[in-house]
Design a protein around this ligand. Structure first.
Ligand SMILES: [Zn+2]
Length: 447
C-alpha cells in the first residue's frame, strides 16, 4: 500500500507545482525591490512577470495586478536581481577532481541564487553541452557563458584544462579564430608566472603572443580577459588592449597610471578575493566558509578535509610562497577599493573549483569580502548583477529588475543592504520567470 499512496501524493504535488509554473503571468507582491540599477529601493513593491520577462515594476499602490496571475507573496522580503559568478570552473572546491560532476555543480549554483555563470576555462565538449542544457529560459540551470579553451604558456596554465599554448603570434591568431567559430563569449589569457604563490615559477606566454591574442580577439569582435595578479604583467596586458582582469592585483598597490589605463580600455576588474583567501590560509578560510554555510549545505567532511593537517602540509609544500601571499592580502583589498572608488566596474567572481573555493558558498562569500574591503552593499550588489551583465554585453536582458528584462531574481528573507551576508537568506530563486525553492533544488541535485 505504501508505494501507490506516496506515488499518488507525489503526482498531486507535481501537478500543483507545474500548474503554478505554466501560469504565464506571475506577480511578486509586497517585497522591497532592490533593482540593481542604482535606483532607491522600492518598498511594498509589485513585480509583474509575463513568461520569461519582467513586464512591470513599481510600488503596490500604483500597480494593477492582472487577474488570474500566480501570486508570490514577498511581504517582509527583499528582491534582488539574480547573482552572477563571473569566474567559475564548476568544480566543488574539494580535491576530488576525478569525481567532479560539473553539470550537477552548474545546476547547484542556481540553488545558491546564482543565475549567471561565466566559465573561464573549459573544454569544448563541455562548453557545447552546458550551452545547450542551459539555453532555454525554463532550464533549471544558471545562464552559462564561457571562454572555451584558455590561452597560456606550455607547461603553465595553458597546458591545464586543454588550453591553447601558442608559441607564435600566427598560432595565437589561428587559435582565437577557432574559438570565434566555436561561438565562445570571450577570450581568456593567463599571463602570470605564479611567483605570488610559489617560488617554483611557471613559464609565461611571450609578450608578443599575448598581444596577438588580444588584437585578434578584438578583430573577431571578442573581448579578452586576462589572469595577471602581478602588477607589471597586468600593465603589459593593458598596454596590449586587455578588456579586464579575472583576478585582482596582489603584488603591488595600483597607482593612478594603472587606473587611467583601466578606464582608457574600459576594463573590468574581478578580484576573486575568495581565491586569494583560500591560497593564503586554506584551513582558516575553509572554517570561515563552514561558519557562513550555516544551513550546512556542504558536507562537513569537505570542511574537515580542507583544514586537516595532511591537506595543509600538501598545500604549503605545493605552494611554497604563501607567506608572501598572506602579507599582500591587504594590498589586494585596497586595490579593489581604489579601483571601485575610481569608477572601474568591479565584478564578482571566485575561481570556484580551486581547492578551498567551494561551490556556491564562495560565490556568496565573495560579496561579503568585497564589503569587508570597504565597498558599500549597493556597490557589491551591482558588482554581482548589472556590472556582470555589461561584462558579457547582456545588460539589455540581464542584471537588474526592470521592465523588459529577463526575470532572473532572488527573493531574500533579510535585507542585503543592511548586511551583505543576508544574500545567503535565499527564500526563492527565479530564472527566466520560473520560480524555484532552493531547498528543493538542493534536494533534487543531491540525488
Ligand atoms: Zn580560474
Amino acid at each position: 500500500m505504501k508505494r501507490p499512496l506516496s506515488f499518488l501524493f507525489l503526482s498531486l504535488f507535481l501537478v500543483v507545482t507545474s500548474h503554478s509554473q505554466t501560469q504565464n503571468t506571475k506577480a511578486i507582491i509586497g517585497g522591497t525591490v532592490i533593482d540593481g540599477a542604482a535606483r532607491a529601493p522600492i518598498k511594498d513593491a509589485v513585480i509583474i512577470i509575463e513568461g520569461a520577462r519582467i513586464k512591470e515594476v513599481g510600488a503596490r499602490n500604483k500597480m494593477k495586478i492582472p487577474k488570474g496571475a500566480y501570486i508570490i507573496d514577498a511581504q517582509g522580503k527583499f528582491v534582488i536581481p539574480g547573482l552572477a559568478d563571473m569566474h567559475n570552473h564548476l568544480g566543488d572546491g574539494s580535491f576530488n577532481f576525478a569525481q567532479q560532476d560539473p553539470k550537477k555543480n552548474l545546476a547547484e549554483l542556481l540553488a545558491w541564487g546564482i543565475t549567471t555563470v561565466f566559465d573561464t576555462a573549459i573544454d569544448m565538449k563541455s562548453f557545447s553541452e552546458f550551452k545547450k542544457i542551459s539555453a532555454e529560459d525554463t532550464a533549471s540551470y544558471p545562464r552559462f557563458f564561457a571562454v572555451g579553451r584558455q590561452f597560456g604558456a606550455k607547461g603553465g596554465w595553458g597546458s591545464f584544462q586543454g588550453g591553447y599554448t601558442p608559441d607564435t603570434p600566427d598560432e595565437a591568431r589561428a587559435a582565437v579564430r577557432e574559438m570565434k567559430s566555436a561561438n565562445v563569449d570571450a577570450i581568456k589569457i593567463v599571463y602570470d608566472d605564479m611567483s605570488w604563490l610559489t617560488k617554483r615559477t611557471m613559464p609565461m606566454l611571450k609578450p608578443e603572443v599575448m598581444g596577438a591574442i588580444i588584437d585578434e580577439a578584438h578583430q573577431q569582435g571578442l573581448r579578452a580577459y586576462v589572469h595577471a595578479p602581478i602588477l607589471k604583467y597586468a600593465r603589459e596586458a593593458l598596454r596590449a588592449g586587455a578588456d579586464g582582469f579575472v583576478h585582482g592585483i596582489i603584488s603591488d598597490p595600483v597607482d593612478d597610471d594603472f587606473v587611467t589605463s583601466m578606464k582608457k580600455n574600459r576594463a573590468v576588474y574581478i578580484a576573486t578575493l575568495v581565491l586569494f583567501e583560500a591560497c593564503a590560509d586554506l584551513a582558516g578560510w575553509s572554517q570561515r566558509e563552514r561558519a557562513f554555510d550555516d544551513r550546512g549545505i556542504i558536507n562537513k567532511e569537505v570542511y574537515d578535509m580542507l583544514s586537516s593537517p595532511a591537506t595543509i602540509k600538501q598545500w604549503v609544500t605545493g605552494w611554497n610562497n604563501i607567506p608572501y601571499t598572506k602579507e599582500r592580502m591587504a594590498t589586494l583589498r585596497a586595490n579593489l577599493k581604489k579601483l571601485s572608488d575610481a569608477g572601474v566596474p568591479v565584478i564578482t567572481g571566485t575561481d570556484t573549483g580551486v581547492p578551498g573555493v567551494l561551490l556556491g558558498v564562495s560565490s556568496q562569500m565573495e560579496l561579503t569580502l568585497m564589503a569587508e574591503a570597504g565597498l558599500k552593499p549597493e556597490e557589491v550588489i551591482r558588482a554581482a548583477t548589472i556590472n556582470a551583465a555589461r561584462m558579457i554585453g547582456r545588460e539589455k536582458d540581464l542584471g537588474s529588475i526592470e521592465a523588459g528584462k529577463l526575470a532572473d531574481l532572488v527573493i531574500l528573507d533579510a535585507n542585503p543592504l543592511a548586511d551583505v551576508r543576508n544574500i545567503r537568506r535565499t527564500y526563492r530563486v527565479m530564472k527566466g520567470g520560473v520560480l524555484y525553492d532552493p531547498a528543493q533544488l538542493f534536494q533534487t541535485n543531491a540525488k
